[in-house]
Design a protein around this ligand. Structure first.
Ligand code: NAP
Length: 234
């Protein structure tokens, strides 16, 4: 049985990925930062293991992997957003976005690789965003961090291909999760209108793409950015 570790799996897209990869036959490790109860409830429902850890902290990630055991499938999903004018974004805010979104992926992938390289098999999926492709006004830090993940995915796909490890990215559009909870109905309506499929996406629709990229069916797919955005980025 393969072990899948999903960062930020207590809620939203990560929780949907945890359910999907469990259905695919994986033993799932549900990482979370603060939502202990949600993570433990989910782990109980899917027969997985909930493990706390801040992905931006290399020591936390080390502890996370020590609890998880050998990880065959990694979904680097944990992320935070910031809606602010670039000129109002403080150095601390900029650093926090990068430390969770980019350093977090670095810490997780670095911890996962020794086992994957040893067994010459692994699946890594990084969760980027449509804003990493298109850029969003008032989300420069977030957009830059999500674009960095696309560069990381492509570079690692080349570097790790000879080791039998695929590295891909999903780029969700506007997905109905807590992350968009601060947007009012008018803003959400405008985003839906800008989406060719005329609606927000669901965490389950994003998880379906992650599930494919982690599957044996995607064995010859690497270095790709799979948009799950209802056509937003087209
Ligand atoms: P969400 O509902 O806000 O959930 C965020 C998850 O990340 C939670 O499980 C949270 O854990 C975890 N997390 C946050 N900071 C963490 C840290 N430092 N260490 C470990 N876990 C941490 O977000 P979502 O919408 O599901 O987003 C998931 C990913 O998709 C993110 O990378 C996001 O940027 C990306 N994305 C989302 C959208 C969208 O429209 N929703 C669009 C494009 C991309 P706690 O519950 O414990 O706080």
């Amino acid at each position: 049985m393969r072990t899948a570790l999903i960062s930020g799996a207590s809620r939203g897209i990560g929780a949907a990925c945890a359910r999907a990869l469990t259905r695919d036959g994986c033993r799932v490790v549900v990482n979370y930062q603060k939502s202990a109860q949600a993570a433990q409830t989910l782990a109980g429902q899917i027969g997985g293991l909930a493990v706390q850890g801040d992905v931006s902290d290399p020591e936390d990630v080390e502890r996370l992997f020590a609890r998880a055991g050998d990880v065959d499938v990694l979904v680097a999903n944990a992320g935070i957003a910031l809606q602010k004018l670039f000129t109002d974004t403080t150095p601390e805010e900029w650093r926090r976005i990068f430390s969770v979104n980019v350093d977090g992926a670095y810490n997780l992938i670095r911890a996962a690789l020794p086992h994957m390289i040893h067994q010459k098999w692994g699946r890594i999926v990084v969760v980027s965003s449509v804003w990493g492709i298109r850029g969003a006004s008032c989300e420069a830090a977030y957009s830059a961090s999500k674009a960095a993940l696309i560069g990381l995915t492509k570079a690692l796909a080349k570097e790790l291909g000879p080791s039998g490890i695929t590295v891909n990215c999903v780029a969700p559009g506007v997905i109905d999760t807590d992350m968009n909870g601060n947007l009012d109905e008018a803003a959400l309506g405008e985003l839906a209108e800008s989406t060719p499929l005329c609606r927000l996406g669901t965490p389950e629709e994003t998880a379906a793409a992650v599930s494919f990229l982690c599957s044996d069916a995607a064995a010859f797919v690497t270095g790709q950015v799979l948009s799950v955005d209802g056509g937003f980025a087209v």
